[in-house]
Design a protein around this ligand. Structure first.
Ligand code: DX5
Ligand code: ZN
Length: 218
């Protein structure tokens, strides 16, 4: 059976109580940390100093999602501070393969993210260069948006390429994931599920268990 991971996004957490909000998701696989620069996306969240403190106190490893421009310059710093995985957007790196190799060299898993409108074609044959692919299921920038089912054909293409190449790259979805939509993404090939409002909109531990059950039941 496929291993399935639930990665709560702290974008929906209470930012003045991050320690407690991190402790509340200790039953998760990883904590998803959304870094936004008000340039690549029209929203601003946090940078290396805060991510470094999260890294120091989090009960689970960090899955850093960079929604920033000039990823070539900034992404390695997140790997150096100890993030388990660092994912950058395809359009934000001048040389995605070189950047992924650099992240792996530092010791992080390297991820590439594709917005809903990004063509998967150039990346299918490059899959061995990455440890995970993030198929965005909303336009990046904000939590609480509706899942876009039209992104599922792209996810299927990555799942097919993964099977054809015989590699175990993780396929992640992010945006609008809930008990109602997680099965759709699981069925299309996702194994790693980011959920912000669905987790922090209730008792996180209960919400994580419900998401796990819904993903496994697809
Ligand atoms: C959106 C972020 C997501 C966001 C998901 O740009 O990348 O990680 O936190 O939030 P929900 O699960 O509420 O759609
Ligand atoms: Zn994210």
């Amino acid at each position: 059976m496929t291993v399935q991971r639930i990665n709560p996004s702290i974008l929906s957490a209470d930012f003045v109580n991050l320690q407690a909000e991190l402790d509340a998701i200790a039953s998760a696989d990883l904590v998803h940390v959304d870094v936004m620069d008000n340039h690549f996306v029209p929203n601003l969240t946090m940078g290396p100093p805060i991510v470094e403190r999260i890294q120091a106190v989090s009960p689970v490893p960090l899955d850093v999602h960079l929604m920033i421009s000039d990823a070539d310059r900034w992404a390695p710093g997140y790997a150096e501070l100890g993030a388990f995985s660092v994912t950058f957007h395809a359009e934000a790196a001048a040389d995605p393969v070189a950047l992924a190799r650099r992240l792996r060299q530092i010791g992080a898993r390297a991820g590439i993210a594709l917005k809903p409108g990004t063509d998967p074609e150039p990346y299918l044959e490059l899959l061995p260069e990455f440890d995970q692919v993030l198929v965005m299921t909303v336009e990046p920038g904000f939590g609480g948006q509706s899942f876009m089912p039209q992104t599922m054909p792209k996810l299927r293409r990555f799942a097919e390429a993964r099977a054809r190449l015989g590699i175990d790259v993780w396929l992640q979805v992010d945006g609008g994931i809930s008990v109602d939509t997680i099965g759709i993404a699981a069925e299309a090939g996702a194994d790693t599920f980011v959920a912000g409002s669905a987790v922090y909109g209730g008792v996180p531990e209960e919400r994580i268990a419900e998401l796990r059950a819904a993903a496994a039941a697809h």
